[in-house]
Ligand binder design. Structure first.
Ligand code: ADP
Ligand code: MG
Length: 678
């Protein structure tokens, strides 16, 4: 038996349970052992029977004096037992479990956790959890698993209870530990004051006290963070060593001239980001930089400046965006900024193929684009929609063997700790400052009974010349027929809520791109007043005249995503509003959504979601990048930094882990499963 033994081959598990365990992503012994409790029930205080008081939830331990079944007149069974410890005796009652008398015999040492009740003037322990104390076979701290201790509670699935998991983990843990050696280098263990792996795995499942739990969490969390950081650091090192990039000349005068040509003054944050990316581009190590900034923080102009420098050095630039709508918009913006300098902006999508000195495109860039000159710079907008593999593909199709510089941009405000964890191999520039004069968007969580008022409010705004987005509920992360249908149905219903004067347009991802362009064109030209749309608009379009963003089923989005959607309005001079509707009345949902009313900074909203819902929800959907981070506290910046520092040090000294084969093996398996979000 070893770590990779499949659960169906473990004694006492078999096909039936292994099938169920799959739903918990448990297929091997190791995965069973790494299925961690998410909390513990505290039954650790064992009370002397003499001291019990009614109403109390207690654990007692003693011997069974007698036990018997009584049959009531209605044919039901009651089991009564007398249990004694050194201090006294108590009667114990169970209902409808006659088989108990088969398991529990007079003379058995037993542990019970339950509630004490007063019956007449006698105390009784009603329907307690019970467990026969394992006196000989088990180590002392495992003499009970389900009672009389801190009892671990696990993520469960139908047919697999915590009780079952506890028993199996207790059974197989010793053999698993025997098959394992600690893979973490000794000096890291002592430097970071970690406990050894054996103790950590033992304590996480069967702690004697809460301090055990925190020691175990620290060690196991550190392992995960360290593995992630090591992979990142290794990637970064390989990237630096393997690839050569064009080291470009940056003429300061040209940059200043370009910046002066802009119709606005750059923010300090923009200037800083521009400096950082231009510094990268002067090196022959390919840049790999992430530019993070809220919607409207002005990322495009940063990218445009870098593209301009790439052009001046005689290179092509590719800018990739996730949707055709965004491509057209970027192309227009870039063209406005750079055509005065004689630069031609091209477009490369499924439906339109036209090369430029700078070419903006969709996924079509991956498949059909062939560069004529060396590509000097690749910009990827909204990076979490492009997979790592796809990003890598953007570099091919370049005639020379040089690797372009890479700038990825995201409006998803990822909390810093998560950025460190997920994108440890990227350099980071943050636009944490909005251009001056940006307004706050008044946000309201609207109860369903006020829906008609909301429609009236929208109509009033329209009569004043404004426009509105209505975002329909979505069913799937990607545009499916189902969400298209939802939008279409909603569209039909909505028409009835507005007067004839109000014109509505319908936008969804299944429209042909010609039709899409037309719908958006009509909205831009103010020929339609309301754009009913699926969430495709999220990464979309700039309509300064739109002042209302109404969102259905808002609880299904991450707060950061809602913030992005909200950023679609308030782009012009008019006061703007965001109206959130929700299908869920749960307190948690309401609390989350309410925070949109008060908080207007993307990073803060992301932090709130990180605390309330965990990291997987930040982007709205569960991201595979977190699949291996089961126990690490992703808001623990200190531990993350420590793990990063140790990983960096080790990569510098022993990049291929020649001295640490166990760690190498561990990291190789980890890496297989570890995929960055895409
Ligand atoms: P995002 O970061 O969301 O991609 P954009 O680059 O699209 O933001 O910029 C949003 C709008 O703000 C654009 O109309 C752009 O011209 C404008 N903008 C960018 N930087 C500034 C600035 N420093 N001052 C004023 N407006 C700016
Ligand atoms: Mg943008």
């Amino acid at each position: 038996m070893d770590a990779k033994t499949r659960v169906e081959n473990l004694p006492g598990i078999g096909q039936y349970y292994s099938y169920k365990l799959k739903r918990l992503e448990i297929e091997t012994l190791e995965e069973l052992i790494y299925h961690f409790p998410f909390r513990y029930d505290d039954f650790s205080q064992i009370a002397p029977i003499q001291n019990l008081t009614p109403g109390e939830k207690v654990s007692i331990q003693g011997n069974v004096w007698q036990i018997k079944n009584i049959r009531t007149r209605t044919g039901k069974f009651i089991t009564t037992a007398t249990v004694a410890d050194d201090s006294g005796t108590i009667e114990v009652i169970w209902f409808n479990q006659p088989y108990l008398t088969k398991n529990i015999k007079a003379g058995t040492p037993i542990s019970l956790s339950g509630k004490v009740e007063l019956d007449g003037h006698r105390f009784k322990l009603m329907s307690p959890q019970y467990e026969i104390i394992r006196t000989q076979t088990a180590p002392q701290d495992l003499s009970t698993l389900h009672t009389g201790r801190l009892v671990p509670v696990y993520p469960e699935t139908e047919g697999v209870t915590s009780k079952w998991l506890r028993a199996k983990i207790a059974k197989f843990l010793p053999e698993y530990l025997k098959s394992q050696k600690d893979f973490m280098p000794d000096n890291i263990i002592s430097h970071q004051k970690l406990i050894d792996l054996d103790s950590a795995l033992h304590k996480i499942h069967f702690p004697e006290n809460l301090q055990d739990v925190s020691l175990a969490r620290k060690r196991l969390g550190f392992d995960e963070l360290f593995e992630t950081q090591f992979i990142s650091a290794q990637r970064k090192e390989k990237w630096r060593n393997k690839n050569h990039a064009p080291n470009m000349k940056v003429e300061k005068g040209k940059v200043v001239e370009f910046i002066k040509s802009l119709p606005f003054k750059l923010t300090q944050a923009q200037l800083r980001a521009i400096t950082e990316i231009l510094q990268d581009m002067q090196k022959n190590i390919p840049a790999n930089r992430l530019l993070e900034g809220d919607v409207g923080s002005g990322k495009t102009v940063v990218a445009a400046t870098a593209a301009y420098i790439s052009y001046l050095n005689g290179y092509e630039t590719l800018i990739a965006a996730p949707t055709e709508i965004l491509v057209f918009q970027h192309a227009m913006t870039i063209n406005q900024l750079l055509s005065p300098f004689g630069i031609k902006t091209g477009i490369w999508t499924g439906s339109k193929k036209q090369k430029g000195d700078i070419t903006v495109g969709t996924h079509a860039l991956l498949s059909t684009f062939k560069a004529e000159k060396q590509i000097g710079l690749v910009v990827v907008d909204e990076q979490h929609r492009f997979g790592v593999a796809q990003r890598a593909k953007l570099f091919t199709g370049s005639p020379k063997q040089e690797t372009p510089h890479l700038l990825t941009m995201t409006a998803t405000p990822i909390p810093r700790t998560l950025t460190l964890t997920l994108y440890g191999d990227l350099d980071l520039s943050i636009l944490d400052e909005m251009p001056i004069g940006r307004q706050k968007i008044s946000t309201f969580v609207v109860p369903n009974k006020k829906r008609l008022d909301a429609y009236q409010f929208i109509e009033k705004q329209i009569m004043e010349g404004r426009q509105a987005f209505i975002l329909t509920p979505f069913v799937e992360p990607s545009e499916t027929m189902q969400s298209v249908k939802a939008a279409t149905v909603e569209f039909g219903k909505l028409k009835n809520h507005f007067s004839k004067k109000v014109k509505l347009g319908l936008l969804h991802g299944r429209l042909k791109s010609k039709d899409k362009e037309k719908v958006i064109g009509n909205f831009k030209a103010d020929k339609t007043n309301i754009l009913v749309t699926t969430p495709v608009v999220e990464v979309g379009i700039d309509i300064p005249n739109a002042t209302i963003m109404m969102i259905e089923s808002a609880e299904r989005f991450g707060l950061a995503q809602l913030h992005q959607l909200r950023g679609r309005v308030g782009r012009g001079e008019h006061k703007s509003y965001c109206l959130l509707f929700s299908d869920s009345q749960s307190e948690m949902s309401q609390k989350r959504l309410k925070s949109m009313e008060k908080v207007h900074v993307g990073f803060e909203l992301a932090e709130i979601d990180l605390r309330l819902r965990g990291p997987g929800e930040i982007f709205g959907f569960r991201q595979s990048g977190f699949a291996n981070l089961k126990i690490a506290d992703l808001s623990d910046e200190v531990l993350i930094s420590k793990a990063q520092a140790e990983a960096k040090k080790l990569v510098e000294n022993d990049p291929n882990l020649e001295k640490y084969p166990l760690l190498r093996e561990k990291i190789n398996t980890f890496e297989l499963e570890y995929v960055q979000p895409n």
